[in-house]
Design a protein around this ligand. Structure first.
Ligand code: PEP
Ligand code: MN
Length: 367
């Protein structure tokens, strides 16, 4: 499936890239020394392709460090001159965007709070119109795929063809393990609906803590994402923002060593053949599954008519409880996850009740 978006692949604007796209740098640019010290160490690791650094920081509550502002754009220029790395920063309004473009910043990204506001996204899109900027769009703070896609479309309609989506997780409700919970289902949907848009993962803002970075980054590669944006600070212990989640460049190197990078296809030619064979079997089984479900619903209709004739309710709670218990046990024996069997039968049962209720309503109408 294709939406016809003509988005350039990342390799086209970073020809030297040998997958994945790795963007690293501090949460915030704090001083020229901090920026340069971090960048020099990162540039020594040839897996890093873009240096990131926050100039204007969207803090949830006022009073915390809000970034150094425009002066930090000059530090990004120095980083590029010294290390040769392209540089990127977050822009959250028209003025930021104008300033960043004026300073020749290579990569601009729209932060999660901004993506949630179509007005802000439009304002930024209007400024980048007619340039060949690279624009990355983080997911909005709330798990609203339409809002994420809408932001990508606004940037696209402004003529930008170098677009990357970033999964940075969604605001949780209450206390959770991660600072922002990842929602891979939403990412899969984005990739299905906009297959042209490369997607990378920001494990730092998902994790909130260094110890979880590895598992999230590995999951991102397992899900076929094309890269990572990860926060790295020369000395995280004295970082002015997001202290707990930043890695030293050396620790970032160690994390990258542990990651298994997966590819969309294998180098081995036999792989595709074997995969095809297995997929054919899945296709056949899915067809059987649907046929079995269809026969099951035929019987449900028959039961519905029978209950109607005998004036019995559509939902019989004892039978339902018994069925659920039985199917979950059977599922377990067949090596299916309990949660999966439960959800599956809840859906099947819900539709069975719907069908039977419709049959009964129909009778009421006749009376
Ligand atoms: C950031 O990347 O520094 C940042 C503030 O991210 P987000 O918009 O994902 O919160
Ligand atoms: Mn941050």
């Amino acid at each position: 499936m294709s939406t016809g978006l003509e988005i350039s692949r990342v390799r086209e604007w970073l020809p030297q890239l040998n997958n994945p796209l790795l963007i690293a740098g501090p949460c915030s640019l704090e001083s020229e020394e901090q920026a340069l010290a971090t960048a020099r160490m990162l540039a020594r690791d040839h897996r890093v392709f873009v240096f990131r650094g926050g100039v204007w920081k969207p803090r949830t509550r006022p009073g915390s460090f809000e970034g150094m502002g425009s002066v930090a754009l000059r530090w990004l220029q120095t980083v590029r001159e010294e290390t040769g790395l392209p540089v990127g920063t977050e822009v959250a309004n028209a003025t930021h965007t104008e300033e960043a473009l004026k300073h020749g910043i290579d990569v601009l990204w729209i932060g999660a709070r901004s993506t949630a506001s179509p007005f802000v996204v439009q304002e930024i899109a209007d400024v980048v119109r007619g340039t060949d900027a690279v624009v990355m769009v983080k997911n909005p703070v709330n798990p609203d795929l339409q809002l994420w896609m809408g932001a990508i479309e606004r940037v696209y309609r402004a003529g930008i063809r170098h677009i990357v989506a970033i999964h940075r997780g969604f605001t949780p409700f209450g206390e959770t393990k991660y600072r922002n919970y990842p929602n891979w289902q939403t990412v899969i949907e984005l990739r299905r609906l906009m297959p042209e848009v490369p997607v990378i993962c920001d494990p730092s803002h998902i994790a909130g803590k260094r110890e979880y970075l590895y598992e999230i980054a590995q999951k991102a590669f397992d899900m076929g994402l094309e890269g990572l944006m990860i926060e790295s600070h020369v000395d995280p212990s004295c970082a002015l923002s997001d202290k707990e989640q930043q890695l030293t460049p050396a620790d970032l190197g160690l994390l990258l060593d542990r990651l298994v990078i997966r590819h969309q296809s294998a180098a081995n030619p036999l792989f595709d053949n074997q995969l095809e064979v297995l997929r054919n079997r899945i296709d056949a089984l899915d067809k059987e599954l649907l046929e079995v479900l269809s026969s099951r619903m035929d019987i449900v209709r028959e039961i519905g008519r029978y209950k109607r004739e005998n004036n019995v309710t559509a939902l019989q709670i004892n039978r339902w409880a018994q069925l659920m218990e039985d199917r979950t046990q059977l599922g377990k024996k067949l090596n299916l996850a309990e949660a999966f069997t439960k959800v599956l039968f809840q859906m099947i049962h819900e539709d069975s009740v719907r069908i039977q209720t419709e049959i009964m309503d129909h009778t009421n109408g006749e009376r």
